[in-house]
Design a protein around this ligand. Sequence first.
Ligand code: CMC
Length: 436
Amino acid sequence: MKSDLKPSGTISLTHEGGTVEFPVYKPTHGPDVFDIRSLYKDTGAFTFDPGFTSTASCESKITFIDGDEGILLYRGYPIDQLAENSDFLETAYVLLNGELPDPEKRKWFENSITMHTMVHEQLKHFYNGFRRDAHPMAIMVGVVGALSAFYHDSTDITDPKQRLIASHRMIAKMPTIAAMAYKYSIGQSFVFPRNDLDYTSNFMRMCFAVSSEDYECNPVLCDALDKIFILHMDHEQNASTSTVRLAGSSGANPFACIAAGIASLWGPAHGGANEAALNMLEEIGTVDRIPEFIARAKDKDDPFRLMGFGHRVYKNYDPRAKVMRDACHEVLDALGIRDEPLLQVAMELERIALEDEYFVSKKLYPNIDFYSGITLRALGFPTDMFTVLFALARTVGWIAQWSEMIVDPNQKIGRPRQIYTGAPQRDYVSMEKRPA
Ligand code: CMC
């Protein structure tokens, strides 16, 4: 990656009588960035920023979020335009390569992904090692990590060709691995990929066909899932993407890095929130119970939070949530579900929260996870598969970010420092001299 960091000015910092200057960069979009890489060398001091709320960890040309305006761009293209007009593989191409493909490149990419959908026969045995009631995300972490043991010809990260093959393998095999995790958890035999189907229809079929009966995807449902995948594909330097970059910064192979990303995504504050949001809507159950839960969310002494509400970056309506809400209505209409009680609860909860002083003043809006649970459940997925679907889509973003990092001239092994507030240096005390 060519670095485009050009200082537009400097900022000076005075500390213990000395003054030092640091370059200031102006990005294409977004706030100015102070380059403090020489801070420790120049002043002997660190910065303190738990959760990286004010820290740009890398230069990137992939995704941009304006949290105040509610904007999300992949390579400059607004997310709603991609969701409306593009499809999974084309958007994946854009994220990985930076531009919309011409017909020839599109065909090449589609062919390459389609030809890598099968998994090694031996990989199937991994599934048998898991309990049937294992969470499919546990299976995903294990099986994706194991890919590095199967594809030795694509783990040399210094070889661009190997990196490309590893990337295409992961994007292609993720639906197969995810569908196998689902089939294993419900005690059904695996359904193998069919290369005449598009990416999302193939995934739906691998999940819902059985040996005695094939599955034909309703185009409205497949389109909705394809849109959902596009919405989840990348989201700048979130926890799982930063995990992938951090793991990759040590030179680890790409399969291991993506497995680390899956592990990070699993948490309820990140990818696990869609499952938690649906559970919450179920717990609320009926519209008349909403005030009780709003009161709990506002109570400082109650750990309960409105799941699917609030975001570290968006302080406006999450642009993905708008598309997701529409997709939710499309799916329910296509399935003839007119009075889904959870949808009634969700819409009323959203209406009340958007008018409530607590949520308004803290700029807490619905995020992508608020409507995704209802939609995914209507599509036929059980709640513990929700985060797996997120992982499937986010794999593209993780790979795009990992690939960018590998060729970044400024890339270094990630190694944050700390502010130590533990015991001062002291001498070891032998057992007989310790107070009883
Ligand atoms: N319900 C009630 N209060 C909330 C909520 C919520 N969902 N989210 C934040 N707050 C309050 C929080 O208590 C705090 O109040 P105060 O300033 O009085 O202490 C204030 O809003 C700021 O919250 P924060 O936890 O400091 O903000 P954060 O940026 O660290 O957290 C978040 C962001 C997403 C973890 C948080 O909003 C949350 O826990 N939301 C629910 C879980 C969820 O929906 N997560 C999915 C995120 S979108 C998917 C993705 O991109 O990965």
